[in-house]
Design a protein around this ligand. Structure first.
Ligand code: DC
Length: 230
């Protein structure tokens, strides 16, 4: 059975990670979160205090060892063998990651890595440019979206649940600013691929959207997904 590539793109807070992770597990596929890779480079640049020096970020990132691994069923990201899974979700990363991801050579390096990671297929990859740039020939492309208020409310609730008290207005402002930077940048801006299915999940539960997208995958591949996956 052919192992395909499912590309999921969409704005911050649209539920891509949760959806892509669950979809991958129901298909028996590997899940790849490309946003985590941009976050890891942002963390490195912040630690080294080189955020405003794009050239240095590019030259130093080539010798970094970025690892995506599954540990005890959890997706983890490692920077030179250090587990940075939690740290890349901090506010200072949220505030700077969109700017770092506008740097052309950062994108080039990470896109190369993403293509290698998915080279044998059987992958659900989520990000901003997966269906447009990383895998323009992906078998299935989804553009996941929701109203900005819904996205901000979800992020606000997630923060509260994990003990982070960030005001709703601040969450909304951060999303608005990231939407603007992500969709207006020169290199690989966030946009829906012409052949992507747009799924607005403003009024959908997580299970509904995963099943809906699984249905699109089945329809595109003409193969029912069984208990064992595709
Ligand atoms: O999905 P996320 O919120 O973790 O992504 C963090 C940032 O990384 C996002 O603001 C834009 C950038 N990004 C990107 O430019 N291209 C991708 N394929 C994934 C993320």
């Amino acid at each position: 059975m052919k192992k395909c590539i499912v590309a999921i793109d969409g704005p911050a807070g649209s539920g891509k990670s949760t959806t892509a992770k669950l979809l991958a597990s129901r298909l028996g596929y590997i899940y790849i979160d490309t946003g985590a890779m941009y976050r890891a480079i942002t963390l490195y640049a912040l630690r080294k205090n080189i955020l405003s020096d794009g050239e240095r970020i590019c030259s130093e990132m080539r010798s970094l060892n970025l690892g995506l691994k599954i540990v005890n069923g959890e997706n983890k990201i490692f920077l030179n063998d250090e587990d940075i899974t939690q740290e890349i979700r901090a506010k200072n990363i949220n505030d700077n990651v969109s700017a770092v991801s506008t740097i052309e050579c950062v994108r080039k390096e990470l896109v190369n890595k993403q293509r290698i990671l998915a080279s044998s297929g059987g992958v659900v990859m989520e990000g901003r440019d997966i269906g447009t740039v990383v895998f323009p020939d992906a078998d299935v492309k989804i553009f996941l979206t929701a109203s900005i208020e819904k996205r901000a409310k979800r992020r606000y609730d997630e923060n509260l649940a994990s003990g982070k008290e960030i005001k709703y207005e601040d969450v909304l402002k951060n999303l608005e600013s990231r939407d603007r930077i992500d969709s207006t940048r020169v290199h690989s801006p966030l946009r829906k691929a012409v052949d992507a299915f747009e799924v607005d999940n403003s009024e959908m539960s997580i299970d509904e959207q995963v099943e809906f997208i699984k249905g699109i995958v089945q329809m595109k591949l003409g193969t029912p997904v069984t208990e064992q996956g595709l």
